[in-house]
Design a protein around this ligand. Structure first.
Ligand SMILES: Nc1nc2c(ncn2[C@@H]2O[C@H](COP(=O)(O)OP(=O)(O)OP(=O)(O)O)[C@@H](O)[C@H]2O)c(=O)[nH]1
Ligand SMILES: [Mg+2]
Length: 455
């Protein structure tokens, strides 16, 4: 039935980026690189979705990440978007000329476009048109590796697709109308098909949510187990490419790929880290943030990002070598708020200090300056983590008289007993939380001398 027979509704990965109705797939992974023209609209009414030079530059990095090549970019300023062509007819002509001159195959808008805007622009420009969200979704689809990552991306893609179906079918119905087919007054075939597709997608979305719910359940069991062991949880967050994976590798000897491209990591990696003699933590790397992150992605990645809510400490890694670091940090802060993790203590970790950076260094109390690459400052970082999470736990040597041997039971239960020797007294080395320290103070070696420090 018309073009819709070719729709592969079942596989959104092929679908999402093919918003043109002849459904060409962007050939992101082919040898032939897509040549893209970037377009952005700066307008006060667009608020957060308005574009500037930096945002376009970032879009360009995203295109590189996706395997495409940028051949030109145009930034348009208007009081408000043109209701028909978004950027205005004159600007469309300019873009079209650039597309022809450069032989571009793709136009990517830095702003979020509605399905009908995409349709109009595609018709006017004669090449495929996608928006920033579509591009980011596609990158995520390319990168996702674990089952959980794939499920999350797929869910985001369907959620992105759903409102866009109507626009597509309106278009198809119009085509059907001009061909003179379709009984007058009846529901057009397009509409029926639209309903079928919608139902199908709703079913898919429900199923994906169920599967993700299962993932969430497993996670919460693991979390409960960790809480029982009282191992503090530290989460590394930050803008994409800030150096999160490099940092986790540097401090835990993990072997996570760290590449100079956006959204390298989509799956959380968790490691056990010994911070100091008295502190072990569980530390994880998370997916990077970016401005204008499609909200469907934030929604879908909640299962992964839920970990943040339960963290005891956030390490917010900031790439100081990026002139945009302050804005990037703001984006991360607001996503932390959106994910309801803003009540958690957060340590700002200024990274890439081995590189020259423009402007004055931010001098914030309690922040740390490091180079995850050279290892500089890592000791200070661990010291700061220890301080933040230190709940007064200490490693002590005890000399228990034999008539107090009963205290050992409590120690085994509430502290980490490292060694016990039976000599004239019972000599115990243990890592004790403050509550336990209170009970055993008189038997702690050196306690009399250090009494004042302790109280
Ligand atoms: N010079 C320098 N480069 C660094 C430093 N830390 C990370 N890098 C580089 O920055 C790039 C990104 O590092 P990643 O660790 O992959 O960044 P990420 O935050 O995990 O990025 P995503 O997973 O894509 O969000 C890599 O090329 C790293 O080698 C640093 O301290 N100094
Ligand atoms: Mg990473």
């Amino acid at each position: 039935m018309y073009i819709c027979a070719e729709y592969d509704i079942v596989d959104p990965k092929k679908f999402i980026v093919r918003q043109r109705y002849d459904m060409e797939r962007i050939q992101l992974q082919d040898n032939k690189r897509d040549l893209a023209v970037l377009v952005g609209l700066r307008s006060p009414v667009l608020r957060e979705d308005s574009t500037d030079e930096e945002s376009l530059e970032e879009l360009s990095a995203l295109v590189e990440t996706a395997g495409g090549q940028v051949v030109g970019s145009i930034l348009q300023s208007r009081d408000k978007p043109d209701p028909h062509s978004f950027i205005g007819e004159g600007k469309v002509e300019e873009v079209k000329t650039m597309v022809t001159l450069e032989g571009a195959t793709l136009v990517i808008f830095d702003n979020e476009l509605s399905p009908s805007q995409i349709r109009v622009l595609t018709e006017l420009l004669g090449v495929q048109v996608i928006d920033r969200s579509g591009l980011i979704l596609d990158i995520f689809a390319q990168r996702a590796k674990t089952k959980e990552g794939c499920l999350q991306v797929e869910l985001a893609q369907y959620q992105y697709l759903l409102p866009r179906l109507i626009g597509m079918w309106t278009h198809l119905e119009r085509q059907a109308g001009t061909s003179g087919k379709g009984p007058i007054g009846s529901k057009g075939p397009g509409e029926t098909q639209l309903e079928t597709d919608r139902r199908h997608i709703h079913r898919k979305i429900d199923k994906l949510k169920e599967e993700l719910e299962e993932v969430r359940r497993v996670r919460s069991t693991q979390r409960q187990r960790r809480m029982k062991n009282e191992i503090p949880v530290v989460a590394i967050v930050g803008y994409t490419n800030a150096g999160k994976s490099t940092l986790l590798n540097a401090i835990t000897g993990a072997d996570i790929p760290a590449n100079n491209r956006l959204f390298d990591t989509l799956d959380t990696t968790t490691r056990l880290l010994t911070v100091s003699d008295t502190l072990d933590v569980v530390i994880s790397d998370t997916v990077g943030f970016i401005r204008k992150l499609p909200h469907q992605l934030v929604e879908a990645f909640k299962a992964t990002l839920e970990e943040l809510e339960y963290a005891d400490l956030l390490l917010h890694v900031i790439d100081l070598s990026n002139p945009q670091w302050a804005q990037q940090a703001q984006v991360v802060d607001s996503l932390i708020r959106e994910l309801k993790a803003d009540h958690i203590p957060c340590l700002r970790v200024y990274n890439k200090c081995d590189l020259a950076f423009p402007g004055a260094l931010p001098r914030e109390e309690g922040s740390v300056y490091i180079s995850a690459k050279t290892g500089e400052g890592i000791d200070r970082l661990l010291g700061a983590v220890d301080q933040k999470l230190d709940k007064g736990t200490r490693r002590v040597t005890l000399h228990l008289p034999y008539d107090k041997a009963g205290l050992l039971d409590g120690l085994y239960r509430e502290a980490k007993v490292e060694s016990v020797e039976y000599e004239q007294t019972i000599t115990v080395v243990a890592v004790c939380p403050p509550k336990v320290l209170g009970q055993i103070k008189p038997y702690v070696e050196g306690w009399q001398e250090e009494k004042e420090d302790w109280e």
